[in-house]
Design a binder for this molecule. Sequence first.
Ligand code: CMC
Length: 423
Amino acid sequence: MKDLNEFATLSYKGKEIQLPVITGSEGETAFDASDLRKTTGCVMLDKSLMNTAVCLSSITYVNGEKGILHYRGIPVEMLVEKCSFVEVAYLLVHGALPTKEQKSTFSHLLNVNSLMHEDMRHFFDHSPCGAHPMHILSTMINALAVFYPNVDQLSLKEDIELSTARLISVVRTMAAFAYKKSIGEPVVYPRHDLSYCANFLNMMFDSPVAPYEINDDAVRILNSLLILHADHEQNCSTTTVRTIGSAQVNLYATISAGISALSGPLHGGANQEVVAMFRHIQEIGSIEKFFNQVKDKNCATKLMGFGHRVYKTFDPRAKIIKKKCHEFLEKMNIHDPLLDIAREVEEAALKDDYFIERNLYPNVDFYSGIVYRALGIPESMFTVMFALARLPGWIAHWQEMIGSKTKIVRPRQIYVGKSLKEL
Ligand code: CMC
């Protein structure tokens, strides 16, 4: 952060208030209003924090006007081509890509923490059939604090590293177990000889009667998807993690809250909704008819997988996923009619004034579900995939928040209820 020694002047009731101007490393400028209440007695009103930077962060840079996304200064396009998800997780959490030695230590930590406590399996056995895997996942992550209670006193560097590795590794095991439970098959345990993504696919699809053959293209595309979802600065779930973490809640409960926030259809839950929407459009047989519903102010229908609070142009993640999705389906010789619908919907929306005027473009969720389908991942697991990928980002933000000695997050409000009345 640069303090430019410049000030913006706010004039109120004949008084002039100086707000320091600060700028970030990519030139974003902010007026620092932290002392406003102290000096004027007034607060800023910014509903849904549409215009408020809540922290200084050096993890991820997003430029919504130009469609840029960097993790720790590295363009996401480069990371997708050159790195594994485990390396990117390390980058986000530790600030730099790992050396060969650091990578092997980190991979070892992931391996030795890939099993969850065996007693936790009872949670799966007693959760009702048909329970959404995102709800199971957030519950199970919260329950980790019961099985590994010393997480409350995370102070040593080694404790943080262990809990980080446990979370990143075990969430993959839990996700796969939840799926196996949902289809009534025996669970498959993680294997130390497999890479992160290959291990996940094996736990999802291996069975005692039909061994799963690991497909390198499937591993590669899963790796890319996880990298592309790994962080996205102050989105709703990350803000949840920072907010809850600021009350010094334990790391597992904090991440569990992040997972709950992610499950909403306006956030990570959109990837599941997108595929349901494609199917709906297929059923009604008309994109125009669907768009009319979307444009109708009396109707809550949205074009899911389109629009973004920050991106006012193409989401760079959507561009990469679209390309990889085409390549992967072609290579696997899969013809998914929903991909044809997705293409047609995108093309129609990009020519339609409603979407043009509002700068609505495909976001990360528009094509990801088509890839998950091609991988054989069921729709109810789509948002779980997002959570699995977002973990390193949440952990990095939690660490940054703890390290910068953030005060408890406690916004103000403007009370508009009844004034004091006598009974
Ligand atoms: N379909 C139809 N209209 C839309 C859409 C959409 N997907 N997105 C925004 N609009 C309209 C909105 O109705 C409003 O119109 P008007 O000015 O006439 O009232 C205008 O565009 C501005 O939208 P907004 O609601 O003020 O924008 P926002 O920044 O509050 O919302 C969003 C961002 C992502 C919640 C929203 O675009 C949306 O609901 N998209 C669909 C859900 C989705 O795909 N979510 C995933 C987001 S990316 C991944 C993630 O964050 O997890």
